[in-house]
Design a protein around this ligand. Structure first.
Ligand code: ADE
Length: 226
């Protein structure tokens, strides 16, 4: 898979993609992540990328030309399965979206700043808009990092134990059950007996029950049919 990201603050993306599982996925050739500095497509001597909004109002809007030029250049080099815009005014990212995106070949992600991008960018180039939650970040970079992290770990082979990604919270619309490791007794706080029993069908049942209990308690909305 190849992921291209357009950003006005590319440095913000240095760290998230250069550590741990995402770095290993890159090193092993499962994913290529390329960051493009939008400033390079800015207009005039000052490399302008934003301007005041028509109709008045506080805050700058990212201009259409630099973004259009950048997206068109990238699209001339490859076909993108999705051109995604990270923005708080969109549907919220969930595991289903991450699963779907993990099967794609080429994804282009546009990150916004200030008041966002000129609406005509969204109307013309964007095939999918994603928010990572009902709060506003200073820019879309960290949101893009969250999306990429959630997607990359699902690419087959990236996580050693494939079962591990499949049994995550949300894969079946349930939160994960509690997990324990050694010691079996910490200052009198004991691990549930069933987990030490070696009876794996019973352990599976216990985990399902706990996952359901936890979901009903913390996120009952996940149990509603939609
Ligand atoms: N940009 C700013 N806030 C955001 C959010 N919550 N999700 C996606 N992109 C954003």
């Amino acid at each position: 898979m190849r992921i291209d990201i357009i950003s006005v603050a590319p440095n913000l993306l240095d760290s998230p993609f250069n550590h741990s599982i995402v770095k290993r996925a890159k090193d092993r050739g499962f994913v290529e992540i390329v960051i493009h500095d939008l400033r390079e497509y800015g207009l005039g001597n000052y490399k302008q990328i934003d301007d005041t909004q028509f109709g008045g109002g506080a805050g700058m809007v990212m201009m259409i030309e630099p973004i259009a030029n950048c997206i068109r250049k990238l699209q001339s080099e490859r076909t993108y399965d999705e051109v995604i815009y990270m923005t708080p005014d969109a549907k919220t990212l969930n595991q289903g979206t991450a699963n779907t995106l993990s099967l794609k070949e080429n994804i282009l992600i546009l990150t916004g700043h200030y008041k966002g991008v000129d609406q005509r960018i969204r109307d013309t180039f964007i095939t999918k808009e994603i928010s990572i939650g009902d709060y506003v970040l200073t820019g879309g970079e960290l949101a893009a990092a969250v999306l990429v992290d959630a997607v990359v770990r699902l690419i087959p082979g990236v996580i050693g134990d494939e079962q591990s990604a499949l049994t995550d919270s949300f894969q079946d619309n349930l939160l994960s059950p509690p997990v324990y490791t050694r010691p079996a007794n910490f200052e009198g706080k004991k691990v549930p007996e069933i987990l030490l029993s070696g009876n794996f069908p019973k352990i599976d049942d216990w985990r399902s029950d706990k996952a359901y209990e936890r979901t009903a308690q913390i996120r009952p909305d996940l149990l509603k049919d939609d």
